[in-house]
Design a protein around this ligand. Sequence first.
Ligand code: UFG
Length: 326
Amino acid sequence: MKVLVTGGAGYIGSHMVRMLDELGYAVVTFDDLSAGFRDAVLGGEFVQGSLHDKAALSALFGAYQFDAVVHFAGSIAVGESVRDPAKYYQNNLVGTLNLFDAMRAHAVNKLVFSSTAAIFGEPQYVPIDEQHPQLPINPYGMTKWVTERILRDYDAAYGLRSVALRYFNAAGAAPDAALGERHDPETHLIPLALRAAKGELHELTVFGADYDTADGTCIRDYIHIEDLCDAHVLALQHLASGGESRAYNLGNGQGYSVKEVIQVAERVSGKKVPVQYGPRRAGDPPRLVADAGKIRKDWNWTPRFAALEQIVEHAWQWEIKTDIKG
Ligand code: UFG
């Protein structure tokens, strides 16, 4: 099976490319390197290009006979999407529509799509199942929600079969530390906590300790990057065997507070995480926890690294290695 991975040089995409390559898929990464890293692409072929470049997309689809597309390319920061919504609508909607046009023009009708818990907005209950109302509260979540709606219409009209996977908090690194979380700038809790433990970051700011949770800090559902990639492989297998379009929530079903994550980071690193308490960050819901019962039941998806300790341990090994590399 020949698979195009858009955004294959990014955090999740690079782990996906490596896994697909090791499983024997023919993989082509398409990435403009605006947020990804060329040296994170550890398998398959690499084509540098942008979803805004229709000619490049047409050439790409003309050069390879893709069986399926796994679409990660996009902008991912909630806060930035509030400050600069145009960037999000351009990258995540216009770019995505260009990709879908190229797929239609070249009769590629299988897609796995990176969606997000942010399509649900403020949770009305947790854990969040697929029936939960979808009311995104920021432009980032809106772009993903609209794309899911577009996918329904494109399925009905053009026969585009898709699986949308709504990630909760992707975290961790490859168990052999060959790949890990790399964002510039980094905004995510686990890498920042570990960098504070290493002394690379002066201190970690906890965004709000006055939430209506047991210890006052926000609760999130952290899912290991490789467990998340496993779900994409199951999605590709489903589509390859003629399966219909689906959407699944993807998390461990277990929530941890920011303070609990910090404690785990201290245990794993054996160092203190210096912390200061700051105000709440705009757009952060107090609790986000997935009910991933549907994907477990339908496809027998089973996380290999469900324990937060293990997720943070892999992230720590990667952080240490990055340090050694300088
Ligand atoms: N946090 C801090 N200090 C930091 C960074 C984060 O206290 O320096 C807190 C946040 O306030 C939040 C939790 O740690 O409560 C997790 O924050 P992350 O930034 O690591 O992750 P988010 O939950 O904000 O974001 C994730 C994905 C987004 C996705 C979102 C769904 O990274 O792409 O979940 O709401 F949109």
